[in-house]
Structure formats: C-alpha cells, structure tokens
Design a binder for this molecule. Structure first.
Ligand SMILES: Nc1ncnc2c1ncn2[C@@H]1O[C@H](COP(=O)(O)OP(=O)(O)O)[C@@H](O)[C@H]1O
Ligand SMILES: [Mg+2]
Length: 282
C-alpha cells in the first residue's frame, strides 16, 4: 500500500535519475536480489538522505551512482550521463566520502587530497598543490596539517581530509556514506556544520547514507527509505514517519527515534518537498 502523494512539481534540474534498477548478486546460496525495480530521482540542491536496514543496498546504490558498480538491469543517470562510462569528465561530476573514509597511510594529508587530481596528469604539480591547499582550508583545517601523516590525525580530521579529497575536482554531486559514523557527538556536530556550510556555499547536491538520527534531521532536505528492495517512500521527516511500514516504525519510533522526533517537533516545519513514492519513472 502506498498512501503518499506524488509530487514532481520541482523545477530544479535533475542530477540523479535512477529508473527500474535491479541489482542481483550471485552467491553460494543462489541469487540475492538487493534492488528490485527501484526508482529514485534527485534534483539539484537537495540533500537526500537514504535510510534503510543493514545490508539493504545503500552503499551499493552510492557505488552505482559513482560508476564503480554496474546495475544488473535498469538505468542510473548522473547529470544525463551514465556514470558507468567513466570518462575524466564523468569522474569529475561525483565526489564520494567512503564509509570508512580510508586515507592512504603512506601519503601526507596534502598528497591524499591531491591524489585524484594527480592521477589525471593534467596539471603541473604546483597548481595541484595549490588546489589541495585550497580544499584543506575549505574543510576547516590549518595549512600546518598539510604535511602530517593520517596516523597523526583525529577521527574528525580524517573525515575532513577525506571530504577535501572528495571535493578536489569541484564535483556538483557529493555522496556521503555514513559521514558521522564513529565520531563523538562534538566532532559529529562540527562535521554536520561543515557539511551544511559547504552545501550552501558550493550549491552542492548531496546524497547521504546515515544511521545517525541527529545527522539525518540536521542536514536532509528529503529522506528516502530503502526497504523491500526499493525506495518505499521519500519526503520530509514528518511525512516519512507517517508512512506505515514496520521498518519505519522501528527505526523512527524506537527510543532513540522518539527523542530525536521530540527535538524535531520543537522546530518550525521548513519548506520541503512533498512526499514522493518514487513510483513509476517519468
Ligand atoms: N560485490 C558484491 N558481491 C556480492 N554481494 C554483494 C556485493 N556488494 C554488496 N553485496 C551484498 O549486497 C547487500 C547490500 O550491501 P550494502 O550496499 O553494502 O548494504 P548497506 O545497505 O548496509 O550499505 C549485502 O547483503 C552485501 O553482502
Ligand atoms: Mg553501507
């Protein structure tokens, strides 16, 4: 049953369009269907948060948007292109902060940030160094950290360096896989503030996977719920919570969810998108 109202009245250009996506993995027990006829549409400027149980295919979906994995069937388009055909320009369209934010331990902070640009071999070293220093500053780190090794950094600083690396090519689309996981509440708040500022200043479109309800309510302009191998509903927090599904009930209305919701009820409703069931592609 789907009681949500379809609303495709937004005039913003489409950044991500996923239509009739199937992802099937073959394993020892046979086939595992991770995505079954999944549709998802993301407009420019949105911060879309994906929530879903563990193993529901959130990371796989981000990797497909990035072009690292191909769908079994269906279409994934980023800015009108299929990211599977990874050209240099395609790679520059999407930056990703990976779940475990892995930095190269043998590289300095600056070398880590510069890495994607250096790989392209298009710019002289001095310009690459300058671009990496600009990104270091953009994520709120002082230039004196440039030559440090990742092992000398705190968890929050590692996330910032990984974010600077994701932004080195100035991508219009940023993917964040559990950006605040493993951070203490203070580092998590501070990272959320940074992300909010960058979203506004750079006009980014963001797709974020998060389990953290504070991060979810803090940053999202829309929430999409992945369950039953597809996006079952998307909309504001209030709208998604009103959608009857056992996962939503458990996730948002458990103890943790209740506390976050109470905090949300104290805030005025912001102007957001109406709920979208992500039904048939247009
Ligand atoms: N390359 C792969 N080969 C086989 N199975 C995979 C592969 N990548 C992911 N999976 C499986 O797909 C499911 C979804 O994975 P993932 O997207 O990582 O989940 P999550 O929603 O927790 O991020 C999991 O059951 C995982 O084991
Ligand atoms: Mg994951």
């Amino acid at each position: 049953m789907n009681t949500a109202v379809t609303n495709n009245s937004s005039n913003a250009p489409t950044v991500v369009d996923i239509r009739k996506l199937w992802t099937v993995f073959k394993n020892a027990d046979g086939e595992q269907v991770v995505h079954r006829d999944l549709n998802m549409h993301i407009d420019r400027g949105e911060v879309l948060s994906l929530v879903g149980g563990s193993g529901t295919g959130k990371t796989v979906l981000l990797r497909q948007i990035l072009g690292l994995e191909k769908p079994t069937q269906g279409v994934v388009e980023v800015l009108g292109q299929q990211p599977g055909e990874l050209s240099a320009s395609g790679a520059a369209n999407v930056g990703m902060l990976f779940q475990h934010g892995a930095l190269f331990s043998a590289f300095s902070v600056l070398e880590n940030i510069a890495f994607p640009l250096r790989e392209l071999k298009l710019l002289p070293d001095e310009l690459i160094r300058h671009a990496a220093l600009v990104k270091l500053q953009m994520v709120g780190l002082e230039p004196q950290h440039a030559n440090k090794s990742p092992s000398d950094l705190s968890g929050g600083m590692i996330k910032r360096v990984a974010l600077a690396r994701a932004l080195i090519m100035d991508p219009p689309l940023l993917l964040l896989d559990e950006p605040t996981a493993g951070l203490d509440p203070e580092a998590s708040d501070s990272f959320c503030n940074l992300l909010r500022g960058l979203h506004r200043e750079l006009g980014l479109t963001v797709v974020m996977v998060t389990h953290d309800l504070d991060t979810l309510f803090d940053l999202s302009t829309r929430i999409a719920v992945l369950a039953d191998q597809k996006v079952i509903v998307s909309g504001t927090a209030r709208e998604v919570i009103a959608y009857p599904h056992p996962f939503i009930h458990e996730y948002f209305l458990g103890g943790r969810g209740q506390r976050a919701l109470e905090a949300l009820h104290d805030k005025p409703a912001t102007e957001q998108h109406a709920p979208r069931p992500e039904a048939a592609p247009r």
